[in-house]
Design a protein. Structure first.
Length: 258
């Protein structure tokens, strides 16, 4: 049979021995334990100070790093802007250099063309100069030959004039012949007077060209017949004797004035 719980016993057993006010409490009967709350509080306060200092330093470092990052970004942007500007300047200079090279190439081509033209002109002028030198040498040779021939002819005329001086004096004195210069080299003017029976002062004249080996009458006053002049000149060129030629020309003037 089970034992029944008796409240009277239980309560009586747990009831304090002293019921008066002076009886000791249960808390007084507990052991005295020191938990060190003051030391813990001080340690927590020091930890809080170090933590706040760490947070402040971290925040300052983060701010400094952020500011430095912004500065670095601004510097990078400025460098990028400067490099872009430098690239633009280099591109402009490259374009200008390309234009200058093109202009230089064009000028070079023009100069080469001008040089080629000048070289061709120089070669042409050199050929022309050589041809002129050859012609001048030929002309000088001809002139020398002509001078020699004229000297020989002058010598012959001088010798012949020595023989004709008495006859010329006779014609000039008694036949009214006068010899003048015609204003040109190798040309003589022969003037006859007393050839017109109606007017003894009237004169007739002609010009004789002695430049070539064969003489020729270039003009006369009054106008004479060409056939008669040619006959007299032909005899002169064959005989080289001036006396018969002058007598024949005087007779032609006398017939022309009748």
């Amino acid at each position: 049979m089970a034992t029944m719980f008796e409240p009277s016993l239980s309560t009586s057993a747990m009831r304090p021995l002293f019921s008066s006010a002076d009886a000791p409490s249960m808390a007084d009967s507990l052991p005295n334990i020191n938990f060190g709350f003051d030391d813990l509080r001080e340690r927590m306060a020091r930890f809080t100070d170090r933590f706040d200092e760490f947070i402040a330093k971290g925040r300052k470092r983060v701010l400094e790093e952020r500011n430095q990052f912004r500065i670095n970004v601004a510097e990078l942007q400025e460098d990028q802007r400067m490099k872009a500007k430098d690239i633009e300047i280099v591109a402009q200079k490259s374009s200008q250099h390309a234009v200058a090279l093109s202009a230089q190439a064009s000028e070079t081509a023009e100069m080469e063309s001008a040089i080629a033209t000048i070289s061709h002109q120089r070669d042409t002028r050199a050929q022309h100069r050589d041809r002129l030198h050859s012609e001048i040498a030929s002309y000088n040779k001809q002139i020398a030959q002509r001078k020699a021939a004229q000297a020989q002819y002058a010598k012959e005329l001088e010798e012949h004039s020595k023989l004709n001086i008495p006859e010329l004096d006779f014609w000039e004195t008694y036949l009214g012949l006068r010899i003048e210069g015609a204003g040109q080299v190798d040309r003589l003017k022969f003037v006859f007077s007393h050839v017109d029976e109606r007017d003894w002062e009237r004169e007739g004249w002609f010009e004789l060209d002695t430049e070539r080996r064969d003489y020729r009458v270039v003009t006369s006053r009054p106008k004479l017949e060409d056939s008669e002049i040619e006959a007299c000149v032909d005899r002169l060129n064959e005989s080289r004797d001036l006396g018969p030629f002058l007598r024949g020309m005087r007779e032609v003037f006398v017939r022309a004035m009748k």
